[in-house]
Design a protein around this ligand. Structure first.
Ligand code: ZN
Length: 233
């Protein structure tokens, strides 16, 4: 990658690693899913840092990207990492190898998708090049909802069917903060699986309910995903 991701801090202790939309800059001159699928739209992964612990929400479009994320978090004091994958799409899981020594958590459905597609992904044949090899699979999965502690921060992992049928969003109840992967984008959620649209609407309503049960609305921090035409295997 020509340049490092831009590091933003949308909330205290929450980092966003944003890349893409840089005029004239490409991952590779030849056609590839990193440029056409992610960078031309712009994409961000997130991290929650608390003391020496960090939760990394998506490992991004490449091993280089994930190396940068790990180095930046280490520089800020993190020595223990937990990865949570927002969903199985390649631009969110390509750097997992960099965190192969750490717990890798996903929804059970994400793990199913990745296992089923592993050979094609490692051969660069699912969406074309680049291959992700080795593809590191989740080491632990959850169904429905589960709580996690990172330092002193409580984070709820919530499974949803929005954008893809395997989404995991992160809800920080004490902070009123929702990190939502591709389940929300600006200005609307990108519908990647139109046959699941009724489920998407139901689960969007469920996420909206999080803010109705408390005194102030959550902050949604969107990432972007590629358009349908470049995404489907
Ligand atoms: Zn996606």
């Amino acid at each position: 990658m020509a340049d490092h991701p831009r590091v933003l801090e949308p909330a205290p202790g929450v980092l966003a690693f944003y890349e893409g939309r840089v005029e004239g800059q490409r991952f590779d001159p030849k056609p590839n899913w990193v440029d056409e699928g992610a960078l031309e739209l712009g994409i961000a992964g997130y991290a929650i840092l608390d003391g020496d612990e960090a939760l990394v929400y998506d490992t991004g479009v490449s091993v280089d990207y994930a190396r940068f994320v790990r180095a930046e978090l280490s520089r800020r004091g993190a020595s223990r990492f937990t990865v949570v994958l927002s969903h199985w799409h390649l631009d969110h899981v390509a750097g997992t190898e960099v965190f192969a020594d750490s717990p890798i958590i996903s929804s059970a459905r994400t793990a199913e998708h990745l296992r089923a597609k592993q050979a094609a992904i490692e051969a660069g044949e699912l969406e074309g090049p680049p291959a992700i090899s080795p593809l590191i699979l989740p080491t632990r999965t959850f169904v429905g909802r589960e709580s996690l502690r990172v330092g002193g921060t409580t984070i709820e992992l919530i499974a949803a069917n929005i954008h893809s049928d395997d989404a995991t969003v992160l809800w920080l109840p004490a902070r009123r903060l929702l990190l939502c992967g591709d389940t929300m984008e600006d200005t609307v959620t990108y519908v990647d699986e139109p046959d699941q649209f009724d489920a998407h609407l139901r689960d969007l309503e469920r996420l909206a309910e999080l803010s109705r049960t408390a005194s102030s609305p959550p902050t949604a921090t969107p990432t972007r995903s590629p358009p349908v035409a470049t995404r489907r295997a």
